[in-house]
Design a binder for this molecule. Sequence first.
Ligand code: SME
Length: 160
Amino acid sequence: MIDLQPSEQGLEDYPFLATQLQALLADERDFIANAAQFSAFLFQQIGNLNWAGFYLARGEELVLGPFQGNVACVRIPFGRGVCGAAAATGQTQRVEDVHAFTGHIACDSASNSELVVPLFKGGRLLGVLDLDSPSLARFSVADQAGIERLAAVFVELTDC
Ligand code: SME
C-alpha cells in the first residue's frame, strides 16, 4: 500500500496526487472498489473536506454511491441542487457559498462550499464526483483543475 500524507489546504500538489492515484488504482478495475478507494483517497489527501464521494446516474436521477463523510441524501433529480446542476449541464460546478445556490440540497449543515465534477466515459454520463467543505470558497480554480485531473485518472483506470 502506498504511503499517504495529507496535504494542507492550498498546498495540494495535484500532479503528485495524480501519480499516487495511478499507483493506488493500478491493479484493480472494478468500479465499486475503485470508487470507494478514490473517495477515501480524496478525503485523506485533500485538506478541509467534510464529504467526498459519488452520485451515480440512474435514468434521470443521481443515486448515492461510494463516499466518505456523514450520511447523505440518496436520490437527487437531474437539475436539482449542485450535484443535479453538474449532471444536467455536464459542467463542473464550483460553488463558493452553497447557501446562495438556488436549490442547494443541505444534506449536511456543516457544508459551506462545494465542487462537483461530472464524470463521462465515451460521452456517457456516469455520475458526479462531489466534494464538500465546511469553509466558504474552499475550492479555487486550481483545485477545480486538479480534481478534474484526478477524476480523469479514475475514469481511465476503472471499468465503467
Ligand atoms: N449539497 C449537495 C447534495 C449532496 S451532499 O452535499 C453530499 C447538492 O446540493 O447537490
